[in-house]
Design a protein. Structure first.
Length: 239
Protein backbone atom coordinates (compact mmCIF):
# COMPACT_ATOMS: atom_id res chain seq x y z
CA UNK A 1 0.00 0.00 0.00
CA UNK A 2 1.19 3.49 -0.79
CA UNK A 3 1.33 6.28 1.74
CA UNK A 4 -1.78 8.35 2.29
CA UNK A 5 -1.80 11.53 0.20
CA UNK A 6 -0.58 14.48 2.24
CA UNK A 7 -3.31 16.77 3.45
CA UNK A 8 -3.17 20.20 1.86
CA UNK A 9 -3.28 23.07 4.30
CA UNK A 10 -2.59 25.99 1.92
CA UNK A 11 -3.14 26.21 -1.79
CA UNK A 12 -2.43 29.20 -3.99
CA UNK A 13 -3.29 29.67 -7.62
CA UNK A 14 -1.65 32.36 -9.73
CA UNK A 15 -1.04 34.64 -6.77
CA UNK A 16 0.16 38.04 -7.85
CA UNK A 17 0.97 41.05 -5.73
CA UNK A 18 1.64 44.40 -7.31
CA UNK A 19 2.83 47.42 -5.36
CA UNK A 20 2.37 50.72 -7.11
CA UNK A 21 4.38 53.76 -6.09
CA UNK A 22 3.57 56.67 -8.39
CA UNK A 23 3.98 55.37 -11.92
CA UNK A 24 6.20 52.50 -10.88
CA UNK A 25 4.71 49.05 -10.48
CA UNK A 26 6.61 46.38 -8.56
CA UNK A 27 5.51 42.78 -9.06
CA UNK A 28 6.34 41.40 -5.64
CA UNK A 29 4.64 38.13 -6.65
CA UNK A 30 4.18 37.26 -10.29
CA UNK A 31 2.03 34.12 -10.34
CA UNK A 32 2.66 31.72 -7.47
CA UNK A 33 1.08 28.25 -7.51
CA UNK A 34 1.82 26.39 -4.34
CA UNK A 35 0.59 23.65 -2.04
CA UNK A 36 1.70 23.31 1.57
CA UNK A 37 0.93 20.18 3.55
CA UNK A 38 -0.27 19.66 7.08
CA UNK A 39 2.53 19.12 9.56
CA UNK A 40 5.21 20.01 7.07
CA UNK A 41 8.21 22.21 7.78
CA UNK A 42 8.94 24.27 4.69
CA UNK A 43 11.84 26.64 4.16
CA UNK A 44 11.45 29.52 1.70
CA UNK A 45 14.73 30.65 0.18
CA UNK A 46 15.55 33.31 -2.37
CA UNK A 47 17.28 36.61 -2.89
CA UNK A 48 16.17 39.78 -1.18
CA UNK A 49 13.07 41.15 -2.88
CA UNK A 50 12.05 37.85 -4.47
CA UNK A 51 8.65 37.89 -2.75
CA UNK A 52 9.03 35.52 0.21
CA UNK A 53 7.68 37.87 2.88
CA UNK A 54 4.88 39.01 0.62
CA UNK A 55 3.72 35.42 0.20
CA UNK A 56 4.02 34.69 3.92
CA UNK A 57 1.95 37.77 4.74
CA UNK A 58 -0.76 36.70 2.29
CA UNK A 59 -0.86 33.15 3.70
CA UNK A 60 -1.05 34.58 7.21
CA UNK A 61 -3.89 36.93 6.36
CA UNK A 62 -1.83 40.07 6.93
CA UNK A 63 -2.21 41.13 3.30
CA UNK A 64 -4.36 40.51 0.23
CA UNK A 65 -3.18 39.31 -3.16
CA UNK A 66 -3.72 41.63 -6.12
CA UNK A 67 -4.84 38.68 -8.24
CA UNK A 68 -4.99 34.91 -7.97
CA UNK A 69 -6.57 32.78 -5.26
CA UNK A 70 -5.53 31.47 -1.83
CA UNK A 71 -7.14 28.74 0.25
CA UNK A 72 -6.60 27.69 3.84
CA UNK A 73 -7.99 24.15 3.80
CA UNK A 74 -11.49 24.60 2.29
CA UNK A 75 -11.73 28.25 3.18
CA UNK A 76 -10.87 30.76 0.52
CA UNK A 77 -8.88 33.68 1.93
CA UNK A 78 -8.69 35.58 -1.35
CA UNK A 79 -11.46 38.14 -0.87
CA UNK A 80 -12.17 37.57 2.77
CA UNK A 81 -13.26 40.79 4.49
CA UNK A 82 -10.73 42.18 6.94
CA UNK A 83 -12.74 41.21 10.02
CA UNK A 84 -12.93 37.59 8.93
CA UNK A 85 -9.27 37.63 8.00
CA UNK A 86 -8.43 38.92 11.47
CA UNK A 87 -10.43 36.07 12.99
CA UNK A 88 -8.67 33.56 10.73
CA UNK A 89 -5.31 34.91 11.82
CA UNK A 90 -6.23 34.96 15.48
CA UNK A 91 -7.61 31.42 15.46
CA UNK A 92 -5.10 29.61 13.26
CA UNK A 93 -1.80 31.44 12.74
CA UNK A 94 1.22 32.18 14.91
CA UNK A 95 3.85 34.61 13.60
CA UNK A 96 7.53 34.88 14.45
CA UNK A 97 9.50 37.79 12.99
CA UNK A 98 13.18 38.67 12.85
CA UNK A 99 12.76 41.32 15.53
CA UNK A 100 10.87 39.91 18.40
CA UNK A 101 8.26 42.66 18.89
CA UNK A 102 8.00 42.05 22.62
CA UNK A 103 6.47 44.68 24.88
CA UNK A 104 9.51 46.00 26.80
CA UNK A 105 7.58 46.93 29.94
CA UNK A 106 6.14 43.41 30.35
CA UNK A 107 7.89 40.28 31.61
CA UNK A 108 8.23 37.18 29.44
CA UNK A 109 5.20 35.67 31.14
CA UNK A 110 3.14 38.83 30.67
CA UNK A 111 4.11 39.07 27.00
CA UNK A 112 2.78 35.56 26.44
CA UNK A 113 -0.31 36.26 28.53
CA UNK A 114 -1.27 39.02 26.09
CA UNK A 115 -2.16 36.17 23.75
CA UNK A 116 -3.39 33.55 26.20
CA UNK A 117 -5.85 36.06 27.69
CA UNK A 118 -7.72 36.37 24.37
CA UNK A 119 -7.44 32.85 22.90
CA UNK A 120 -10.21 30.25 23.09
CA UNK A 121 -8.07 27.24 24.06
CA UNK A 122 -4.58 28.42 24.98
CA UNK A 123 -1.90 26.62 26.90
CA UNK A 124 -0.76 28.55 29.95
CA UNK A 125 2.01 31.12 29.54
CA UNK A 126 4.06 28.97 31.89
CA UNK A 127 3.64 25.88 29.70
CA UNK A 128 4.49 27.81 26.53
CA UNK A 129 7.62 29.28 28.11
CA UNK A 130 8.68 25.89 29.43
CA UNK A 131 8.37 24.48 25.90
CA UNK A 132 10.90 27.00 24.64
CA UNK A 133 13.28 26.32 27.54
CA UNK A 134 12.53 29.48 29.50
CA UNK A 135 10.85 28.06 32.58
CA UNK A 136 13.41 29.83 34.75
CA UNK A 137 13.21 33.20 32.99
CA UNK A 138 9.48 33.86 33.08
CA UNK A 139 9.67 36.94 35.23
CA UNK A 140 12.49 38.58 33.32
CA UNK A 141 11.94 41.62 31.15
CA UNK A 142 13.05 41.58 27.50
CA UNK A 143 15.96 43.93 28.30
CA UNK A 144 17.28 41.30 30.73
CA UNK A 145 17.35 38.59 28.06
CA UNK A 146 19.64 37.73 25.15
CA UNK A 147 18.40 37.99 21.56
CA UNK A 148 17.88 34.24 21.39
CA UNK A 149 15.92 34.23 24.64
CA UNK A 150 13.77 37.10 23.43
CA UNK A 151 13.09 35.20 20.22
CA UNK A 152 12.11 32.17 22.25
CA UNK A 153 9.64 34.33 24.19
CA UNK A 154 8.26 35.45 20.83
CA UNK A 155 7.91 31.79 19.80
CA UNK A 156 6.20 30.96 23.11
CA UNK A 157 3.79 33.83 22.44
CA UNK A 158 3.14 32.53 18.92
CA UNK A 159 2.48 28.92 19.97
CA UNK A 160 0.57 29.56 23.21
CA UNK A 161 -2.73 29.70 21.35
CA UNK A 162 -1.96 26.28 19.80
CA UNK A 163 -1.98 27.53 16.19
CA UNK A 164 -2.17 25.08 13.32
CA UNK A 165 0.23 27.27 11.37
CA UNK A 166 3.49 28.90 12.41
CA UNK A 167 4.87 31.47 9.97
CA UNK A 168 8.44 32.59 10.65
CA UNK A 169 10.07 35.44 8.74
CA UNK A 170 13.84 35.35 9.28
CA UNK A 171 13.54 33.99 12.84
CA UNK A 172 17.32 33.67 13.21
CA UNK A 173 18.22 36.73 11.14
CA UNK A 174 19.38 38.76 14.12
CA UNK A 175 21.09 35.91 15.98
CA UNK A 176 24.57 34.41 16.07
CA UNK A 177 24.84 30.80 15.02
CA UNK A 178 24.80 29.18 18.48
CA UNK A 179 21.74 31.13 19.53
CA UNK A 180 20.15 30.67 16.12
CA UNK A 181 20.48 26.90 16.42
CA UNK A 182 18.70 27.00 19.79
CA UNK A 183 15.81 28.85 18.17
CA UNK A 184 15.70 26.34 15.29
CA UNK A 185 15.64 23.51 17.82
CA UNK A 186 12.57 25.04 19.40
CA UNK A 187 10.87 25.38 16.01
CA UNK A 188 11.75 21.79 15.15
CA UNK A 189 10.44 20.57 18.49
CA UNK A 190 7.11 22.42 18.09
CA UNK A 191 6.72 21.06 14.57
CA UNK A 192 7.31 17.45 15.58
CA UNK A 193 5.56 17.60 18.95
CA UNK A 194 2.34 19.29 17.81
CA UNK A 195 2.44 18.74 14.04
CA UNK A 196 2.29 22.49 13.56
CA UNK A 197 2.64 23.33 9.88
CA UNK A 198 5.71 25.56 9.86
CA UNK A 199 7.04 27.92 7.20
CA UNK A 200 10.44 29.53 7.69
CA UNK A 201 11.84 32.29 5.51
CA UNK A 202 15.59 32.52 5.68
CA UNK A 203 18.60 33.93 3.85
CA UNK A 204 20.69 31.20 5.38
CA UNK A 205 20.85 28.33 2.89
CA UNK A 206 22.11 25.91 5.58
CA UNK A 207 18.76 26.04 7.35
CA UNK A 208 17.06 24.35 4.40
CA UNK A 209 18.66 21.09 5.51
CA UNK A 210 16.27 20.73 8.45
CA UNK A 211 13.14 21.21 6.31
CA UNK A 212 10.84 18.62 4.80
CA UNK A 213 10.62 20.75 1.65
CA UNK A 214 12.49 23.75 0.31
CA UNK A 215 10.87 26.29 -1.98
CA UNK A 216 13.17 28.60 -3.86
CA UNK A 217 11.95 32.00 -5.04
CA UNK A 218 13.28 34.25 -7.80
CA UNK A 219 11.65 37.42 -9.15
CA UNK A 220 8.30 36.86 -7.49
CA UNK A 221 7.99 33.28 -8.68
CA UNK A 222 8.81 29.82 -7.44
CA UNK A 223 11.94 28.71 -9.27
CA UNK A 224 12.27 25.25 -7.68
CA UNK A 225 10.79 22.94 -5.07
CA UNK A 226 12.93 20.30 -3.40
CA UNK A 227 12.01 17.54 -0.95
CA UNK A 228 14.74 16.54 1.49
CA UNK A 229 15.18 12.77 1.63
CA UNK A 230 16.97 13.14 4.94
CA UNK A 231 16.80 16.06 7.27
CA UNK A 232 19.46 17.40 9.59
CA UNK A 233 18.84 18.17 13.23
CA UNK A 234 19.38 21.87 13.97
CA UNK A 235 22.43 20.93 16.08
CA UNK A 236 24.03 19.52 12.92
CA UNK A 237 23.61 22.80 11.08
CA UNK A 238 26.56 25.15 11.18
CA UNK A 239 26.90 28.63 9.71
N1 LIG B 1 4.69 47.80 1.07
C1 LIG B 1 5.41 47.78 -0.05
N2 LIG B 1 5.36 48.80 -0.94
C2 LIG B 1 6.08 48.76 -2.08
N3 LIG B 1 6.87 47.74 -2.46
C3 LIG B 1 6.96 46.70 -1.62
C4 LIG B 1 6.24 46.65 -0.38
N4 LIG B 1 6.52 45.46 0.25
C5 LIG B 1 7.38 44.81 -0.57
N5 LIG B 1 7.64 45.53 -1.67
C6 LIG B 1 8.50 45.13 -2.79
O1 LIG B 1 8.07 43.85 -3.22
C7 LIG B 1 9.20 43.03 -3.57
C8 LIG B 1 9.16 41.73 -2.77
O2 LIG B 1 9.38 42.03 -1.41
P1 LIG B 1 9.44 40.91 -0.27
O3 LIG B 1 9.67 41.62 1.02
O4 LIG B 1 8.28 40.03 -0.38
O5 LIG B 1 10.75 40.10 -0.68
P2 LIG B 1 11.60 39.08 0.17
O6 LIG B 1 11.96 37.99 -0.74
O7 LIG B 1 10.86 38.74 1.42
O8 LIG B 1 12.86 39.97 0.52
P3 LIG B 1 13.77 39.95 1.86
O9 LIG B 1 14.44 38.61 1.83
O10 LIG B 1 14.70 41.09 1.65
O11 LIG B 1 12.85 40.13 3.02
C9 LIG B 1 10.43 43.88 -3.31
O12 LIG B 1 10.82 44.47 -4.53
C10 LIG B 1 9.94 44.93 -2.36
O13 LIG B 1 10.67 46.13 -2.48
Amino acid sequence: MGQAAPEIVFRTQGVTKVYQTGDVKVFALAGVDLELYTGEMTVLLGPSGSGKSTLLNILGGLDHATAGRVWFRDTELTDMPDRALTRYRRDHVGFVFQFYNLVPSLTARENVQLVTDVSPDPMSAEEALALVGLAKRMDHFPSEMSGGEQQRVAIARAIAKRPEILLCDEPTGALDSTTGVQVLEVLQDINSRFGTTTVIITHNAEIQRMAHRVIQFADGKISSVHTNETRLAPSEIVW
